[in-house]
Each structure stands twice: as C-alpha cells, then as structure tokens.
Design a protein around this ligand. Structure first.
Ligand SMILES: Cc1cc2nc3c(=O)[nH]c(=O)nc-3n(C[C@H](O)[C@H](O)[C@H](O)COP(=O)(O)O)c2cc1C
Length: 159
C-alpha cells in the first residue's frame, strides 16, 4: 500500500474478526516496531506478545479491545516518544496487511506489570476487521477529508 494512503486511511478499530494473524504477518508487525527510529538508537524497548489476552484485558481501559483481538503487544519503554513511533509503525505495517488495530491505555499498571513483566507504556490490540474494508476504495485526499480531525489550519502555526 502507498504510504500516504496507509496514513490517511488508518483508523483505530475495536472490533475484530475471530481469525488468527498468520505468523509472517505477526513477525512483520513486530519487525516494524524494531525498525523504528529511536533516541540515540538505544532501542531501550521491548515488544511483549501477551498470550493471556483475557487477563491483560482486565488491566486496560476498554477490555473488549484486548479480549477480542488476535494479537496483543505491550510496548515497554521509558521513552514515550520512542514507544509512540514504534506503535504507529507497527499499526501501519499491520494495516498494510489488512490488519486493524487500536492503542489501549493501561488503567491498572501494577496488574499489567504482573502479566507483562514490566509496566507497559501502551498495549496495542491487532486483528482482522469484523467488516472488511478496502483502503483503495477512496483516495488519500478523500480519507483525509473524512477523518474526524481538526482542520490543518487549526493545528499548524507558523512563527
Ligand atoms: C495514548 C493513546 C491511548 C489510547 N487509549 C485508548 C483506550 O484505552 N481505549 C480505546 O478504545 N482507544 C484508545 N486510544 C485510541 C484513540 O481513542 C484513537 O486514537 C482516537 O479516537 C482516534 O481514532 P481514529 O483514528 O479512529 O479517528 C488511545 C490512543 C492513544 C494515542
């Protein structure tokens, strides 16, 4: 998929099909995190694939995201900017393979730490969409127009 189309059409999704993510797709998603730029290239992060998603779901703000996803990745990093870069790279790589995703804030950090082995910055839920949709059905400009975002003029300031 074209990068601009991927960025413009990617929405966070919270309903997932009951369908596993193939190993090679999972590997690409995780590799997209590994490849992310990061502060001083220290790579002080871990991408933790959590198999007990039911337990992890109880620690995030909106449990169904994690209960129903096919892959849950907890990003552990003391550098929030690096974690964000890795998260978005993983979600865009997933979208390129037709896999949708949503970040999940952690509501109970201590309980999450018991499962993950460290306090996650964020948990990303991944899965195939319940209702398949084709990013190519619209141009990037159309996706951009339809996005529920403030207009560019409101968020860009030149000094
Ligand atoms: C740091 C962060 C934490 C988030 N936490 C949650 C969450 O706990 N539960 C949830 O359903 N969505 C969560 N989201 C997703 C946001 O709600 C979503 O990015 C926003 O509504 C825009 O969605 P859209 O791209 O589909 O328009 C989080 C997003 C970020 C960046």
């Amino acid at each position: 998929m074209d990068t601009w189309l991927a960025i413009a059409s990617k929405r966070d999704e919270r309903r997932y099909a009951d369908r596993p993510i193939p190993e090679e797709v999972e590997r690409r998603i995780l590799d997209a995190g590994r490849l992310s730029g990061n502060s001083q290239n220290n790579q002080t992060w871990e991408f933790v694939v959590v198999s007990d998603r039911a337990a992890l779901a109880e620690t995030v703000y909106y449990a169904p995201n994690v209960q129903t996803c096919a892959l849950a990745v907890a990003i552990v990093s003391e550098r929030p900017f690096d974690a964000g870069r890795a998260a978005q790279n993983m979600m865009l790589a997933a979208w390129n393979d037709g896999v949708v995703s949503c970040p999940n804030g952690v509501a109970d950090a201590d309980a999450a730490e018991r499962i993950v082995g460290a306090k996650p910055t964020i948990v990303i839920s991944f899965g195939y969409p319940q209702t398949p949709h084709d990013p190519e059905s619209r141009s990037p400009e159309e996706w951009s127009q339809r996005a529920n975002r403030k207009p560019l003029d409101e968020v860009v300031r030149r000094v």
